[in-house]
Design a protein around this ligand. Sequence first.
Ligand SMILES: [Zn+2]
Length: 432
Amino acid sequence: MTIVLAFLALSDLNGYGIADLPREDPAVANVNALGKHSPPRAETSDPTVSSEVGNTSKIEHDSPADIRTVIVQPRDNLALIFQREGLSAKELQSMLESDQLAKRLKHIFPGQKLIFERGEDGALTRLEYSPTPLQSLVFTRHGSSFDVEQVAHPPEIEIKVIRGLIDHSLFVASQRIGLDDETTMRLAQIFQWDIDFVLDIRKGDEFALVVEELYLRGDFIGYGNILAAKFVNQSDSYLAFRYVDREGATGYFNPNGESMKKAFLRAPLEFTRISSNFNMKRIHPLWNRTMPHRGIDYVAPVGTPVLAAGTGQVRVAGHTNANGNYVVIGHGSEFETKYLHLSKFGPHTKRGQRVNQGDVIGYVGSTGWATGPHLHYEFLVNGKHRNPRTVPLPKSNPINKHELKRFRTQMRPTLALLENRKSPNLLTAATD
Ligand SMILES: [Zn+2]
C-alpha cells in the first residue's frame, strides 16, 4: 500500500491562492500574498517605517526623539501600551472611535510594530500600526480626532527558480528546499486537475517553479506569485504558466494556451492525511472475495470534506445498506460521479441542487459496507464505470486566440528559466 502523507487544505479549489489575484502590474507582487487582510493599494514613501527595531528590546528610541517604536509584547494590549507611553485613555478612545479601521487596533499581536509620534506639546500626532510587514494603518491627528489611512509597502521582487525532488511526499520535499506549505499548496492547486496529489505522487517525482521572492528592505518576507511551474509525475510532465489577460483575469495555462483548469478535479476531496491506491482486483474485506472494485478509495479521516469533482446537478443524496450515505452528481448527459460511505451530507446537498466544482457535498465517513473511514469515488461515462485517472476528459477553455501571441511572448522567458535545469539531486543535496 502506498502511503501518501500530505498536509493540504484545499480551501480554494476554484482559485489559485491568495497571491494570484488579478492586479494591474504583473511586475509588482500582490500585497495580499502574506496576509488574509486585503487593504487597497496605496503608494507611499514613509520615512518612519525605515526605522527598524530588533525583537529583543521592547522599546527603542529613534532619532528624532519624538518618534518611538514599540514592539507588541506577549499579553500586551493597547491600553497597557498607551499607559506605558504616558498617553491618556481619552486619547486612545478618540483614536479607536476615529474610524471602522481603528477596530483592528484591538487585535494587536506580539511582535507587531507601533510607531508613536508626538508634537512639541507631548500630544500624540501620529500612530502607525503594521499588522504585517506589507501594510500599515496610519492615524494622523486632525483636530480632536484622527484620520486613518491604509498604506501598502510594496515589496521588492526577485524571480527565483526552485526545484525539488520527491522522496516521501511533496510537502517533505518542499520543506527540505525551504518552500513554505502555503506556496506548496498553491503549487499543488495549479496541477489539481491533472495530478491526484493523494494517490499519484511517487518517489522520484520532480517539480520546479518560477516564483516571486518578496523582500522588504532587504529582508525575505515570503513568496509571491508562482509565475510558472513544472511537475513530473510518474514520468508524465506538466507545465503551467501564469497569465493575466488584457481584461485582468488570471489563470494558469499549458504551453499551448489551454487552461490547467478542467471539467473534473482528479481527487474530489480536501485532504490532510490520506492514503490508499487504486486496484481493480482488491479484496473487499466485507465480502471476503475478490470483486470488481469499480471506483477509487481515498482513505481519509472522518469529516474530511468531499468535493463535487465537477459542476453539475445532484441526482441522488440518499442511503442504501451497501453505499451508506451517498451522493450521485450528473454532469451533463455524459458524465456521472458517485461518492459513497459519507458520514454526512453537505449543507445544500439535496436532489436537484446545482453544484459547482469544488463545492462541499459531504464528509468522509464509514457508513454502509466500509471497514474504515474512506471515500469511495466512482466515475461513469455514458453509464459505464471508468477510471477517472486515465479516462480522457473534456478539454477546457483555451486562451482567447487574440491573446495567444501575447501569452507566448510572456511565456518564453519563464519557460527558459524552468528548462535551464540542473540535476535536482544536486540541488536537494546542496540544500540539505
Ligand atoms: Zn471502494
